[in-house]
Design a protein around this ligand. Structure first.
Ligand code: FAD
Length: 473
């Protein structure tokens, strides 16, 4: 017997499950269809497990540096099995939390693979959903008034660079390594590649990053990208830019050998393993889009600002629509979509107000335009930059690398962007995010008192530096 719902969410990742909770709070009758585990990529194969491993790597590195703090320890050793167990226990705790939230919200969780069958006589607008059940039972039919497609994304590789899970891995396989390799080649110097490079180098692995573009972290402000090259090199990471990986030369067996073309020259690289981090494909296959008028552009589902597809009762959010493939973006989009279907008139999301973070050591965090983007858009800019070297708390922490950079419009003082690299900046960027939402100027940020001694003083100083008024530099 088909069950009727106000909303059926396809995919229980960060975008889907948050949207389901918001919908239930708005009084909608909701079902969520998930083929693997609630929590999706972020909880099981992304944000959470990778940050748990990064934290272990940080503790390992800091223990080695303990003598600088007057603490004498014996040479630390690494029990990678325990590192993995700790990671898994964090994931399991949070997974249980999400399951509990579904129960609390009286959201029906249907374990299986969902497909849109197209408009039916029961639901001419959103169409019937058929779920191929994980337990092998007969397909379940759901009849929703609205559908939210939140099927996420999967790692991609380069043509010819076959992922075998043993020698050539994506982040999915790398997260489950039983032991650390002595050396690794990372193909792709974007966010995921650099987080892994930083983590593995801190664990003592010899890392080589091969990046096709002239810069690693190509979407970041160029000052940040340059600083990260310096910081990665300090850890012993070899960064090779303008490197065209020649997939067809890949050889595996004892380890991995591959060639890359660097400005006309062919160079051979060897390592025990290879991690491919070259982006993610939207999960649009086999979910029944062909039964609808939904448009797919460059592999991603196309929506309007309220996340409605061409079929106005079918919404799509998160990694499956592309753009900023981030967990907090997916969940925010999910909330907007659900509020829109419940006639709540939500504020549209403004990409320039979305903070982005990289959890390497040092960390990177940004919001708004880079200096290069601001200039390209025709702004006459003024820039304030302040180093952590001059911040007392950074010295106390023994982490003085990096800076805060603030970009403003010379004409009217509008804040255009804030970019940070340094200690704990991922926990500091929300102040800049709020400043963007409130349309604050740098002098208003400086007017807000930053307690002493804190790392956030670097934000106040960078804000003053925009007009040359910094105190400690
Ligand atoms: P997903 O989380 O991918 O969830 C989609 C869900 O849909 C999955 O559970 C899938 O099983 C399910 N599904 C797919 N098709 C169907 C179907 N037909 N029927 C039923 N279920 C289906 N972002 C951050 O903001 N911070 C980070 O630190 C961060 N770190 C990351 C680290 C790594 C290694 C990776 C890979 C990603 C990271 N991300 C991070 C990105 C983040 O994980 C994603 O942006 C986020 O998970 C997107 O959420 P989503 O709900 O759109 O999709």
């Amino acid at each position: 017997m088909a069950e009727e719902y106000d909303l059926v969410v396809l995919g229980g990742g960060t975008g889907g499950y948050v949207a389901a909770i918001r919908a239930s709070k708005l009084g909608l009758k909701v079902a969520i269809v998930e083929k693997r585990e609630l929590g999706g990529t972020c909880l099981h194969r992304g944000c959470v497990p990778s940050k748990a491993l990064l934290r272990s790597a940080e503790v390992f590195r800091q223990t080695k540096e303990a003598e600088d703090f007057g603490v004498t320890t014996s040479e630390p050793t690494l029990d990678f099995t325990k590192v993995q167990q700790r990671k898994q226990s964090i994931v399991d705790t949070l997974h249980k939390g999400v399951q509990g939230l579904m129960k609390k919200g009286k959201i029906d969780v249907i374990e299986g693979f969902g497909r849109i069958l197209g408009p039916s006589i029961f639901s001419p607008t959103a169409g019937t959903i058929s779920v191929e059940m994980n337990n092998g039972e007969e397909n379940e039919m759901l009849i929703p008034k609205n559908v939210l497609v939140a099927t996420g994304s999967s790692p991609k590789s380069l043509p010819g660079l076959e992922v075998d899970g043993e020698f050539v891995m994506t982040s999915d396989e790398a997260l489950h390594m039983d032991e650390l390799p002595a050396s690794i080649i990372i193909v792709g110097g974007g966010v995921i590649g650099i987080e892994w490079a930083s983590m593995l180098a801190d664990f003592g692995v010899k890392v080589t990053v091969l990046e096709y573009l002239p810069h690693i972290l190509p979407t970041e402000d160029q000052d940040i990208s340059k600083e990260m090259v310096k910081q990665m090199k300090k850890k012993g990471v070899e960064i090779v830019t303008d490197a065209k990986v020649l997939s067809e030369t890949l050889q595996t067996g004892e380890g991995v050998t591959i060639q890359a073309e660097l400005g006309g020259e062919t160079v051979t690289y060897d390592a025990e393993k290879m991690l491919v981090s070259v982006g993610r494909n939207a999960n649009v296959t086999n979910i029944g889009l062909e039964n609808t008028d939904i448009e797919v552009e460059n592999g991603f589902i196309k929506t309007n600002a309220n996340y409605q597809t061409k079929e106005s009762h079918i919404y799509a959010i998160g990694d499956v629509i592309g753009g900023m493939q981030l967990a907090h973006v997916a969940s925010h989009e999910g909330i907007i979509a659900v509020e829109h279907m419940a006639n709540q008139h939500p504020h549209p999301m403004n990409a320039e107000q979305v903070p982005t973070c990289i959890y390497s050591n040092p960390e990177v965090a940004s919001v708004g335009l880079t200096e290069q983007q601001a200039k390209e858009q025709g702004y006459d800019v003024k820039v304030g930059k302040f180093p952590f070297q001059a911040i007392g708390k950074a010295l106390v922490f023994g982490e003085t690398d990096g800076f805060v950079k603030m970009i403003a419009n010379k004409e009217n003082d509008d804040l255009l962007g804030v970019h940070m690299v340094g200690p704990h900046v991922t926990d500091m960027i929300s102040e800049a995010g709020l400043a963007k939402v409130l349309d604050a100027t740098p002098w208003e940020i400086a007017d807000s008192i930053h307690p002493h001694p804190t790392l956030a003083e670097a934000i106040g100083e960078a804000a003053m530096a925009v007009d040359g008024n910094q105190i400690h530099g």
